[in-house]
Write a protein that binds this ligand. Sequence first.
Ligand code: NAP
Length: 307
Amino acid sequence: MSESSKLLRVLLLGANGQVGRAWQETLHGVNVVAALGRDQLDIGDLDRLGDRLYDLAEAIKPNVIVNAAAYTAVDRAEDEEQLAYDINALAPGVIASVASNLGVPMVHYSTDYVFDGHGQAPFIETDAPSPLSVYGRSKLAGERAVQAVGGAHLILRTSWVFGVHGQNFLKTMLRLAQTRDELRVVNDQVGAPTSADLLAKVPSQMLQQIQHPSDPRWGVYHLCPTGYTSWHGYAVYLIEKAREMGWPIQLANESIIGIASSEFPVKARRPHNSRLSTQKLQQTFAIALPDWRVGVDQVLQVLEPGA
Ligand SMILES: NC(=O)c1ccc[n+]([C@@H]2O[C@H](COP(=O)([O-])OP(=O)(O)OC[C@H]3O[C@@H](n4cnc5c(N)ncnc54)[C@H](OP(=O)(O)O)[C@@H]3O)[C@@H](O)[C@H]2O)c1
């Protein structure tokens, strides 16, 4: 680490999720001084959340609070609106308020689902959000709650998260590719599959560059890899790659069939265009983001064939 960079002392919430786990893997310049899963700190317990955070901060003296906790069950949220809002909208406001009072920044994650997916172009940070689902609306309300506090924050909107830990599309496709003769995968939604590792590594690099609460660079950024694909293109790529790496996959590429979203009905509407422009982040912090396939290859190298 250079002399000007600081050791991050991270208070991490949502420690057992994909992104939470990635923050706990070895990251240069990062010391996770408290990693709290839901069992240790339920952020939906709004009456106690603020006091619990102050007590923790007093004991461990973090210099950043990372909120990787979220209600991420997109379809179930349609039936559990209040719970989704408690966790995705109200809790982030409380966390931001504690962080601001302590004089430490907050890192918070948001989603491509704040947009309606209209058009073909990548969305930029200042495009008007227009979520299609309860989940998307709850995440947008969370962004606004964090912003309303007015403290130092990074809100990172991302898309299609996958990692070694937890459940995700990549692991589901690998499992099905080993047991099914045919797969039908949506081909009219496009976006960038984003590795949980990138979602921990890049903000830790951003935080190394921003030292002061009044720095003008705090704010909302889109964070995902470069390039984009459909869910179908993603499935074809990762299954082909796994096959090359020796996974026991019989399924031929021709048997991975692209279908329209309308042929795969789900409760919550998803945007057709989930592309996020990352120009603002790359230019502001001089950080070059990799192609989405790089993260997929890395996770495939870590997962056990046949898993
Ligand atoms: N997954 C995606 O494709 C995706 C796409 C765009 C944006 N994002 C955003 O990226 C961020 C990280 O997502 P992820 O993929 O890491 O999600 P994830 O794997 O579902 O992890 C979310 C974590 O939050 C925890 N959690 C839920 N309710 C909680 C509560 N009341 N108190 C404390 N912890 C609670 C969960 O605990 P349990 O382990 O006990 O369930 C889980 O460990 C979230 O803000 C999400 O909205 C995700």
